[in-house]
Design a protein around this ligand. Sequence first.
Ligand code: GDP
Ligand code: CA
Length: 328
Amino acid sequence: MYRITVLSGGMGGARFLQGLKHGIAAGRLPRAEITVVANTADDLWVHGLKVCPDLDTVMYTLGDGIDTERGWGRREESWSVREELAAYGVEPTWFGLGDRDIATHLVRTQMLEAGYPLSQVTEALCARWQPGVRLLPMTDDRVETHVAVADADSPSGQRVMHFQEYWVRLQASVPAETVVVVGQPESTPAPGVLEAIGGADVVFLPPSNPVVSVGTILGVPGVRSALTTTPASVVGLSPIVGGRHVRGMAEQMLAAIGVDAQAGAVGRHYGSRAAGGVLDGWLVDTADAGQVEEVEAAGIRCRSVPLMMTDPDATAAMARAALDLVGR
Ligand code: GDP
Ligand code: CA
């Protein structure tokens, strides 16, 4: 059986996976076992619960439990617990957990406290949701993205906060000066992650955030070198279209690491495998056809095709184009 591994964030990665599964079911893509390595650097503890936004977005999306309007959390959600917590004046009020969603976090937290690693907890949660993929956290260790913003009132001139506070409370409305992935240097890949990269036919970098989704997965020691050396083809799809992120805050995150918010620049940032980077191929949107040449000059095969994931058909066509690009 053909083996596909996808390094995924939340919403962009989950939509891509939905299209990939759709394309396989429709016979437009080769039948394949899919392994998803999901970013866990967005994870946080809130009200005593361990919340894993990207794992849950993938699990709920592929398990048909997602709220499709919002793009995260459970469908038919209610918010009684949030209202009660607010009535107590308990912080943080900016991170809302829905009632149904809380059940997931309760199960996860109990299992973690009983000593199970996150990878086993995720497997247990997936027994209910049946996402049709093997879903792995990038690591079982605690790794957290923190963001520094300017703060004139602070003696250092900066204030550092969890990525979720930057994204959810501040809505990425002020520039991020630095991104620090706390705990990453000491982390190790979760069981199965390196095998999933080394044993794949194709590894996809879906249109996920290049800094705080794919970037954090690549930063787990061992992952980047597994990509550099795998016999698989590695192909990515740009989350930047026409110089803008399609949704989210990739522009702000790219600015923080000094990479232009351009499809070609992101491809060059990932780099060619021939030159120690991670890509064999990179797809950019037709709006960015003018950047194909600069990517190819960097030793990465590149083509421009429509990259808007408007529906599973369009997304399956993107996956097909990515396989064609690397000759798979
Ligand atoms: P998050 O963890 O929920 O932020 O999700 P990801 O990191 O997986 O994906 C976020 C990225 O997906 C953003 O940078 C978006 O620009 C990108 N994205 C979302 N929808 C689309 C789309 O339809 N096409 C493309 N090319 N990128 C998209
Ligand atoms: Ca995320």
